[in-house]
Design a protein around this ligand. Sequence first.
Ligand SMILES: [Zn+2]
Length: 230
Amino acid sequence: MKVLVVAAHPDDEVLGCGATAARLAEEGQDVHFAILGEGITSRHGQGSDADENQMASLHQHAHAAAEKVGAKSLELYNLPDNRLDTVPLLEVVKIVEDLIERLRPEIIYTHHAGDLNVDHGVVHRAVLTATRPVTGQTVREIYAFEVPSSTEWAFQQLQPSFRPNVFVDVARTLELKIAAMECYKSEARKFPHPRSPEALRALAVRWGSVVGCAAAEAFELVRSIRLQAD
Ligand SMILES: [Zn+2]
């Protein structure tokens, strides 16, 4: 099985499904990460050295995190941070279409549509558009993940709200997710921030308790198609 994770910002891939990705990789599946946004807001003017340095170190962190969870590949794009809604949707869709054409994944994990962060909603929509279920489409299943400090911070005021119905037991790989987050030094947050290690563990324990295991990541099934073999 080939699995593609499509995220808006560096660290969303880990926050959303890092422990599940680590589990899938351990089980021998090919997990590919794609991060569409550059992940920093230009603060020093276009192409400045300060921005370039910040970007380079963020890319290093992303590669270290991908390695930590056993991802087979990581592709980084540079769509503008927190302004994905200013990019023509077609441009975002083309990136995802190109990824699907080259990697031919059967399963995609991506953002939930109702997150507070606008970029997350754009990526969700781009994935849905790029995976239209025409004949020959390789993608059979799409799952939406939650990103702590974005999904729950919509306070169910943005539609749709996150309604998880797929739970993955990650008791054995949760610490790889925590370690992968620690690779993102610039994104580190202290407890009780939702992205702190303590809060990430608490969230996983909470979802685990809902479904009878020690720790879980929660997803919302967007689509599942089971074709019959010829
Ligand atoms: Zn994000």
